[in-house]
Design a protein around this ligand. Structure first.
Ligand code: TYM
Length: 423
């Protein structure tokens, strides 16, 4: 695996496996289904979750190693990086060093991320890229573009246009409630904004002219029976990676570097984007990828908006959080108390512990819990108690903030305008 943080931009590997889970021989020579990740599916049979080292190799991205984190600290002039970065949740990247080079030269870049509104309520997994993006916006003082892909969810789910719009509005309020900078953040909904913006349409046309149907079919696994909306959608997600799409923000500059924080499942869209960029004489967008926040039932099952017990949602009450964690969070305890005390709990599968690695900001506190649990002194039930308190605070604070987000505030974020941004 390539971990050199200073290497030149490399050619992105083309993962042709999208749409078809891979079957490979396991240690016993038997067929076993390999981990599988694309924008629509995440499968792993391991309670420890996806094998991210293998995924890095398969996708052709690069691991975020200690030397890159040290460089990040020097360039960003921060004593410590965000917990999600230092704990390896953001574990992989494409061309992050190019963004750091820009910052070193005093050049600005912009951030781009997004959400596809498939439920009224976002779950904690959806928050992860936004939490990190907010920190990046503060550290680098840069503009942020947030795309809401209501079109994507319309094409993929059996939802009416009215329903996806309703969900988009709720999700946008959730995102604003995370305290993004109002003068430096532009949020748009594809079905509302794309047709109004010449910059967006022209960038879209340039990209679409370069990519054939057979390429899209191969890259995304679409078939003859998929609707045209699906074939055209990857371009809509590609466009905001280029500053030419937002003349009102970037004053017509077409080569402002872009950094995209996202879950690793979104990478296929941006491989296609990075592939076309040089042919348009545009810069390839850089990416930082996060691992998946696991479902309550364990890292081998999926969080789903249609199964309220699979995840903690931002709309949950204290009682719901308590009940879900106590009842469903997979435990790394051993079978008997005696065995647990002898062997210790398994932090790598215990969901309450795993969730704390995302939401307990204090490293010493987390380490204490890790030691006590893996030495067998502590049981999963005790970690669950800590987690319930922590998540109740996170979720209820969020709900309070969301209540203060008025229609005017939403409109403010969604108005196409010049952002406060010093080139
Ligand atoms: P969506 O709405 O599925 O997810 C929003 C963001 O959350 C990430 N994510 C997760 N991260 C960690 N753990 C999880 N369990 C988890 N579930 C989802 C996703 O990777 C994503 O970053 N097509 C996109 C919307 C989009 C977008 C973008 C995302 C448009 N432009 C640019 C990232 C960057 C989507 O449907 O995301």
């Amino acid at each position: 695996m390539k971990t050199d943080s200073t290497m030149e931009s490399k050619t992105d590997a083309l993962d042709t496996s999208i749409g078809k889970p891979l079957v490979a021989a396991d240690q016993n020579g038997q067929n076993a289904v390999e981990d599988f990740v694309d924008p629509w599916n995440v499968h792993t049979s391991s309670m420890k979750g996806v094998d991210y080292d293998k995924l890095i190799n398969k996708f052709g991205c690069s691991a975020i190693d200690d030397s890159l984190i040290e460089r990040f600290k020097r360039v960003a002039k921060v004593e410590e990086v965000h917990p999600l970065l230092r704990r390896g949740v953001f574990f992989s990247h494409r061309d992050l060093h190019v963004i750091l080079d820009c910052v070193e030269k005093g050049q600005k870049f912009y951030l781009y991320t997004g959400r596809g509104p498939s439920s009224d309520a976002m779950h904690l997994g959806h928050l992860i890229p936004f939490l990190f993006t907010k920190w990046l916006q503060e550290v680098f003082d840069v503009p942020l573009i947030i795309q809401i892909t209501d079109d994507e969810k319309y094409y993929w789910k059996s939802l009416s246009l009215e329903k996806v719009k309703e969900m988009a509005v709720e999700n946008i309020k959730d995102i604003i409630a995370m305290d993004f900078h109002p003068d430096k953040t532009f949020i748009f909904r594809n079905l509302e904004y794309m047709g109004q913006s010449v910059g967006f349409q022209e960038t879209l046309a340039r990209i679409q002219k370069l990519v054939t149907v057979s390429k899209i079919r191969g890259q995304f696994g679409f078939s003859d029976s998929d609707c045209m909306g699906k074939y055209s959608f990857p371009f809509n997600q590609a466009v905001p990676s280029f500053s030419s799409a937002f003349p009102q923000i970037f004053k017509g500059k077409t080569n402002v570097p872009c950094l995209i924080p996202c879950g690793i499942d979104q990478d296929p869209y941006f491989r296609m984007t990075r592939d076309v960029a040089p042919r348009l004489k545009f810069l390839k967008p850089a990416l930082v990828h996060s691992k998946f926040f696991p479902a309550l039932q364990g890292a081998n099952s999926k969080m789903s908006a249609s199964d309220p017990n699979s995840a903690i949602f931002l709309t949950d009450t204290h009682e719901e959080i308590k009940e879900k964690i106590n009842k469903y969070a997979y435990s790394g305890d051993r079978d008997t108390v005696k065995e647990h005390q002898e062997k210790g709990g398994d932090c790598s599968v215990d969901i309450a512990f795993q969730y704390l690695t995302y939401f307990e900001e204090n490293d010493e506190e987390l380490e204490k819990i890790r030691q006590n649990y893996s030495s067998g002194e502590m049981f999963s039930g005790q970690i669950k108690e800590i987690l319930i308190k922590k998540l109740t605070r996170v979720v209820l604070d969020h709900q309070t903030k969301k209540k203060s987000i008025t229609e005017d505030i939403v409109r403010g974020f969604m108005t196409p305008r010049q952002l406060v941004f010093d080139f």
